[in-house]
Every structure is written in C-alpha cells, then in structure tokens.
Design a protein around this ligand. Structure first.
Ligand SMILES: [Zn+2]
Ligand SMILES: [Zn+2]
Length: 230
C-alpha cells in the first residue's frame, strides 16, 4: 500500500501517500469546481507518480488542475508542483520554497482566491496559510494542525476521528505547542473556528468530518489553560 484515495464529498478527494522515509501519511487534495480542478498541497517530489495515479482514478490528468494552493513551503507540500504545468500556483509571500516549483509567493495575510478564502496563521512556518472552501465548508490546515506520524483513525482515512482528536488533545495538554507559540496558535484556532468548518483536511493523515468546531473549542480551552500556567 503506497497511497489511499478517498472521496470526501461530491467535490473533494483526499490523497494520502504513505511516506516510509518520514513514517507518515502526507496528503494532497483535489477539489472539483466550475473552473477546473484545484489541488491543495502536493506531497514530495518522489510522490509524483501517486498524484498522477490518483488523478487518473478520478478521470482526470495533471493538466486539468488549474489552481494549486500551497499551505506552506516545506518539501512535502510543494514537491509535486512541477506536475501541474497548466495551473496557477500560489503561496504566501513570507514562505521559502524551491525556485524550480514555479510557485508564486503572492498570497497576503487574508484574501480570496478562486472559490477559496484564506488567512495567514503563521504557526509552523512564517507564511503558513489555512484555506477555506465555503461550498463544502472544508478547511485546509496544512501542518498548522495535522496528524504527522499518526496512524489513521480506526474509523478510516475520512472519519469523525475521535482517536486522532484525543491524541491531539493529549499532545497539547502535554505541552506539545511551545509556550511562546501559544498566542499565535490560539489565534489560528480562532480563525479556523470563525470559518465554521464541517470538514478538516490536514497536511498529514486523517480527514475529520463532523463537530470540527467542538474539537477546535477543546483545543482552545487547553491552550488558554496552558498559557496561564507558570
Ligand atoms: Zn510543514
Ligand atoms: Zn508537512
């Protein structure tokens, strides 16, 4: 098993590539729209073949992708960019990324691109952005909030993911987000909550569906508590 491909809803597919080198699932997302396909993130350069396979499975090719949205510039998110030669590819101006990717650093701190709204959250990397697709109420969090190195939920790749939520809650309770990063992290959670998402698509591992706002509230409560600790 090298990758999993699953339809999340009528417009959205998740591709989760198993990266044995880093022992994690790494995700990319395909969203169908009137103006063609959008891809959010693109795994590593070595994963190009999986992106191609996945697109073929849903009856598409890389040339059908007209827009590439990049949450941040790490190699496991921008590596597939060269595949999408017909796409406009964008990332936040503060991000560092490989020149050869033909990605343009033009996203500001808040805005709209295609059918997506976005806001810079700046935790994990300086120009980390979250995207929100309002038609499907889906949030794309990149590595701001993800399940790097975690197994998939018992419920599967796309699920409520109670076990994954619990693991993140315990991670945060145990000081997983450094004290000096907490204000920025909490601001990012608040921004996510304001979008009122039904689906949470992260950079790595399980896709969460249902009660996403409840999960964000739980994280915010713990984060606030940690902030007050001596
Ligand atoms: Zn990253
Ligand atoms: Zn990553």
């Amino acid at each position: 098993m090298d990758y999993l491909l699953e339809q999340v809803n009528n417009q959205l597919y998740v591709l989760a590539v198993w990266d044995a080198e880093w022992s994690t699932y790494t995700n990319a997302y395909f969203i169908q729209g009137d103006a063609g396909l959008t891809v959010v993130d693109s795994c590593k350069e070595g994963h190009l073949v999986f992106l191609q396979h996945a697109l073929n499975k849903i009856g598409k090719t890389a040339d059908d992708v007209k827009l590439m949205l990049v949450t941040h510039g790490h190699e496991d998110h921008v590596g597939g960019a060269p595949l999408f030669t017909k796409a406009k590819k964008v990332i936040h101006t503060d991000e560092i990324f490989p020149d050869a990717s033909s990605i343009r650093g033009e996203l500001l701190d808040r805005g709209v691109i295609g059918n997506f709204e976005y806001t810079r959250v700046g935790y994990h990397s300086p120009g980390s952005v979250i995207f929100f697709h309002r038609p499907t109420k889906t949030i794309f969090t990149g590595d701001f909030l993800c399940f790097f190195g975690d197994p998939l939920s018992e419920g599967g790749l796309v699920s409520k993911g109670d076990d994954l939520r619990q693991a993140w809650i315990e991670f945060l309770q145990g000081g997983g987000v450094a004290r000096q990063d907490l204000p920025q992290f909490l601001t990012g959670l608040k921004i996510m909550k304001e979008y009122d998402p039904d689906v949470m698509c992260t950079g790595h591992g399980g896709v969460l569906v249902g009660d996403v706002g409840v999960f964000l509230d739980e994280l915010m409560t713990i984060g606030e508590k940690n902030k007050k600790k001596e």
